[in-house]
Every structure is written in C-alpha cells, then in structure tokens.
Design a protein around this ligand. Structure first.
Ligand SMILES: *[C@@H]1O[C@H](CO)[C@@H](O)[C@H](O)[C@H]1NC(C)=O
Ligand SMILES: *[C@@H]1O[C@H](CO)[C@@H](O)[C@H](O)[C@H]1NC(C)=O
Ligand SMILES: *[C@@H]1O[C@H](CO)[C@@H](O)[C@H](O)[C@H]1NC(C)=O
Ligand SMILES: *[C@@H]1O[C@H](CO)[C@@H](O)[C@H](O)[C@H]1NC(C)=O
Ligand SMILES: *[C@@H]1O[C@H](CO)[C@@H](O)[C@H](O)[C@H]1NC(C)=O
Ligand SMILES: *[C@@H]1O[C@H](CO)[C@@H](O)[C@H](O)[C@H]1NC(C)=O
Ligand SMILES: *[C@@H]1O[C@H](CO)[C@@H](O)[C@H](O)[C@H]1NC(C)=O
Ligand SMILES: *[C@@H]1O[C@H](CO)[C@@H](O)[C@H](O)[C@H]1NC(C)=O
Ligand SMILES: *[C@@H]1O[C@H](CO)[C@@H](O)[C@H](O)[C@H]1NC(C)=O
Length: 440
C-alpha cells in the first residue's frame, strides 16, 4: 500500500517571465541517439521500510488522490531511492525526486505536527537526522527576508519554513548559492533515514512565496528560484545539461528484512547513468501545460505552455486484455518519488483482470476501492509504448502493490516502470530519453 507520493501539489501555474533561461540553447538528441556517458555519478542507497504500525491502520492519506483511489493491494512495496548530499558541510540522506522541484532539508529544532498543525513528538516525523543547523554552516546565507517555502505533497504531507542559500554537493557535483528550503514545521512520516528531498523538476514547481504566513502563500506572491540541477547548468558545473536515473529493484531479501541497501542504482549528471542497456531507446518531448491549475489543464505544445513536471505522452499500454481499449494516456509524469504506476481506470480494470487468478475489487472502510490480488498470482506481461518505441516491464515489478488509479486523473510512471529503463532528462531542451535496460 502506498505511503509516500512525492509529487508536489502546485495549486496554480504561474511563472513570471523567466528571462535568464534560454531553454532551447542546448542541442537535443535525435530520436534514437544514445545520450553521452555521465560526468558525475552517485549510487542510490535505499531502505525498504516495513512500517507495521502504518500497515495495520491501512490508511490512505492522499490529499489529491482521495475519494476513489484504487490500487493493487497485498504488499508494502515501498522502496525509497535515496542519495547522500552535503549542504553547507553537513551530510544528509535525501529522496531523489523527479516529481517535485524544491530541495529541502528539515531544520534543526523544527516542530513536527499532526494534520491539523498541532505539535506532536519529533520522532513522529521520523527524519534521519536532527536536521540542518544554520549555525554550523560557514557558507549559509539567509534566511532570505520575508520569504516562505510552503510544500504540500500528494501523500498529504506538508512542510513550511524559511529559505536560504548554501553550497550543495552531490557526488562531486557542487553548486554554490543554491536556494534551499529549511522547514521549521512539518507534517511528515519518514523512514528514520532521509532528512529531505532533492527536487529535480522544473523551476515553475518551486513553492516559495513572498510572505511569512503559510495561509498567505498564493500564486500572486510566488517567488522564482532555480532548482538544484538548473543551478548546476547555469553555474556551468555540467558540460552537458543531462541528468539520468537508473533505479534498481530491491531483492526479496531486502523486501522481507527491512534492510538498508547501498546498491539500488545510480543518479548521474552530464549524461546517461552507467548500467547495461539494450538497443531500444527513444527521445520524446516533455509536455507543457496550459490552463490555470495543474489538475485542470491540458497538455500543450504552445510556446507559452508551462513546464512543471517531466510529463510525456504514452502511445499505449499493451497487456493480454488491452486490445480494443483506448490505452493512450497523455500527461503522464515520470516520477522517481512515486513507487507505483498510476494508470487510467479502465486500463487498471482490464489489467488486473488479466492476473491469474484475477484481482478482485473490494471496498474499504474509508470509501476507497482497492484491487486485491493473491501474492502468488501470475502477473501478465505489460508493455509501455512511448514515441512509437515499446518498453517492457519485468513481471518482477508487476506484483501486488504496484498499480494505482487516481480520480483526479494524475497519471504516473513511477518506480515500477523506471526500474526497467534508464531515464535521461534534458530539461533545457525539454526532452527525455528512455532506454530499455538489459534484463536483470
Ligand atoms: C551515505 O551515508 C551513509 C552514512 O554516512 C553511509 O552509510 C552510506 O554508505 C552512504 N551512501 C553512499 C552511497 O555514499
Ligand atoms: C560528508 O560526505 C563527504 C562526501 O561523501 C565526506 O567527504 C565527508 O567526510 C562527510 N562528512 C561528515 C561529517 O560525515
Ligand atoms: C515582496 O512583497 C513586498 C510587498 O509586500 C515587496 O515590497 C517586495 O518587493 C516583494 N519582494 C520580492 C522579492 O518580490
Ligand atoms: C496575510 O493576509 C491577511 C489577509 O489578506 C492580511 O491582513 C495580513 O496582513 C497578511 N499577513 C502578512 C504577514 O502578510
Ligand atoms: C500552503 O500549505 C498549506 C498547508 O499544506 C496548504 O493548505 C496551502 O494550499 C499551501 N499554499 C500554497 C499556495 O501552496
Ligand atoms: C539499433 O537500433 C537502430 C535504430 O532502430 C538501428 O539502426 C540499429 O541497426 C540497431 N543496432 C543493432 C545492433 O541492432
Ligand atoms: C495526446 O496528445 C497528442 C498531441 O500531443 C494528440 O494527438 C493525442 O490525440 C492525445 N491523445 C489523447 C489520448 O488524448
Ligand atoms: C495461492 O495461494 C493460495 C493461498 O493464499 C492458495 O490457496 C492457492 O492454492 C495458491 N495458488 C497457487 C497457484 O499456488
Ligand atoms: C509514430 O509513428 C507514426 C506513424 O508512423 C508517425 O506519424 C509519428 O510521427 C511517430 N511518432 C514519433 C514520436 O516518432
């Protein structure tokens, strides 16, 4: 069952004319050209938490994914992809997230709160450290006056606090004067390892506001800052404007034993992540949005479209009962921070019916409907066609707990898909290259 969706909720799309980025300045790849090797690479460490208390309550706490969310249930398959970063000389483990833009580290002395904002014990938030200590950094600048970061994630978690600037280093790639959010209030349930998030999506997804009161944060006072990778490009710290992720699947042993695994893939900068790949690769445009809200907008190729997430068009999903179904799904977000794939409702229904034995749809006490499938059921093949190029998902990734649908039509290709490809992002050219990995 899902516990962590890191797609950040950007209530409205607003971005003041972004003068200092010329997005098309970097040459795009041709459709089947392989991205160059990376300049900087760090491994993903990860933890596969088994949170028994949460499993027992079986809660679904998704703010935007509420009401009628259904999911293949049956496991708590919830690997988080973490890496180590250094902020002002202090080391932290963070979630690597292509589904949000803000980079934050919980601040020392923060208040952990419940859903209503009432204080609860700091251990409830379960961060992996006491947090960033401004006093201990020789390079910290801030707090930036009259500014507030106000973050809300799809899982119902929220954080707010001041922002500042500091040096951030990740595996040899070091950016100076990076804007960073340092929450002093958090409603969060971590895993005891990570202390924040590295947001890799577009500047329009930054949630910083020109106010000190969370309730006064609004589109009208949104402040623009560059996310980490955009700063790296601007500071010319990478020769080529690519970053790339290869997510490995955890082993059954890790799933069963709450292990910390130091070898779950790679985050690379400047080129493609170093894992074996096959000759199936495609470069497709990232989709912009037009409209006044991200949940009420249409994909757009227009020059004034807003770019927020790594959103692509899926030509089709193919599985034993897919023929005759319209399975094209535009507006699908590539998100390392969402463990599952979130697909259209009729795709989920037909796909779950193709399990042997088939999944059954059961209502839950909180009004949701959930597909439940035997742990020993056989998962049908599942293919994803993007840019006329077909990628397969290994049945090992298609077990219980790996699929969801969302009533607000947020569609996601999450870790279940991303474990089967290398995804190389070129946000400057607004493209992503997907390359099928050698079976592993
Ligand atoms: C990250 O830091 C932790 C704690 O220092 C260490 O155990 C782990 O091996 C590090 N991971 C990587 C990939 O360097
Ligand atoms: C933080 O991480 C860097 C890079 O891995 C390492 O060189 C340094 O010793 C670490 N510092 C502390 C205080 O652990
Ligand atoms: C923030 O708002 C105040 C007025 O409330 C304005 O004077 C100031 O210029 C704004 N700051 C930024 C950075 O936009
Ligand atoms: C917040 O908004 C309210 C109502 O618009 C206003 O009265 C108040 O001064 C604002 N507070 C700050 C600190 O901006
Ligand atoms: C600020 O955070 C609060 C609490 O999560 C949320 O209700 C509100 O919508 C956020 N405001 C903006 C503009 O993001
Ligand atoms: C790889 O794919 C390209 C484009 O489809 C094709 O031209 C090339 O011959 C393929 N190479 C191999 C070794 O299959
Ligand atoms: C997806 O978008 C493309 C244009 O980018 C359009 O031709 C196609 O009809 C859309 N498909 C769906 C299912 O909306
Ligand atoms: C699957 O597991 C169930 C018990 O959960 C058992 O009754 C059934 O026989 C198993 N099916 C197969 C094909 O092993
Ligand atoms: C996919 O193939 C169709 C028909 O051959 C073609 O019109 C279309 O341009 C192709 N799309 C891409 C992204 O190459």
């Amino acid at each position: 069952m899902r516990l962590l969706w890191t797609i950040s909720i950007v209530p409205y799309l607003f971005w003041p004319a972004n003068a200092d980025f010329t997005f098309m300045q970097h040459r795009a790849l041709s459709q089947h050209e392989a991205p160059p090797p990376a300049e900087f690479t760090v491994p993903f460490t990860a933890k596969v938490p088994r949170r028994k208390s949460k499993l027992a309550t079986g809660r679904w706490e998704m703010r935007s994914f509420r009401e009628a969310t259904v999911s293949l249930d049956g496991a708590n398959f919830e690997t988080e992809y973490l890496t180590n970063i250094t902020v002002g000389g202090q080391n932290f483990s963070v979630i690597v997230d292509t589904g949000s833009s803000d980079t934050w580290i919980i601040q020392k002395g923060f208040m952990c709160s419940d859903a209503n904002g009432n204080p609860v014990s700091e251990s409830t938030c379960a961060f992996g450290s006491q947090g960033f200590d401004r006093e201990e950094s020789k390079t910290f600048q801030g707090p930036f006056p009259n500014a507030l970061c106000n973050l809300t994630y799809g899982s119902g978690f929220f954080l707010n606090g001041p922002i500042g600037f500091d040096n951030i280093a990740i595996g040899g790639l070091s950016v100076s004067h990076q804007e960073i959010c340092l929450p002093t209030q958090a409603r969060y349930e971590g895993d005891g390892i990570f202390s924040g998030i590295l947001g890799l999506a577009f500047p329009a997804g930054i949630n910083v506001f020109n106010t000190t009161v969370p309730a006064n944060a609004s589109d009208g006072n949104r402040l623009p800052f560059d996310p980490f990778f955009f700063s790296a490009v601007k500071e010319k710290k990478v020769k080529r404007p690519f970053f790339s992720v290869a997510l490995n699947r955890g082993t059954f042993g890790q799933e069963s034993n709450d292990q910390f695994d130091p070898n779950l893939g790679f985050l690379s900068f400047g080129g493609i992540a170093p894992v074996p790949v096959v000759n199936t690769s495609v470069t497709v445009p990232i989709q912009g949005y037009q409209g006044d809200s991200i949940f009420n907008s249409t994909p757009s190729d227009s020059p004034d479209a807003e770019f927020v997430f790594y959103t692509i068009n899926v030509d089709s999903y193919t599985f034993p009962r897919s023929s005759g179904l319209l399975t094209a799904s535009n507006n699908t977000i590539l998100d390392t921070g969402t463990p599952v794939n979130i697909v259209p409702t009729d795709v989920a229904a037909a796909y779950t019916a193709a399990f042997n034995p088939p999944a059954t749809l059961i209502p839950t006490t909180n009004g949701l409907q959930i597909y439940v499938v035997d742990c020993n059921a056989t998962a049908p093949d599942f293919l994803v066609t993007i840019g006329n190029t077909t990628f397969s998902i290994d049945p090992q990734d298609q077990g219980p707990g790996t699929l969801a649908v969302d009533p607000d039509s947020v569609l996601v290709l999450g870790a279940v898909f991303l474990r089967n490809v290398v995804a190389t992002f070129n946000p400057m050219a607004r493209e992503v290259t997907l390359t099928q990995r050698t079976k592993y």
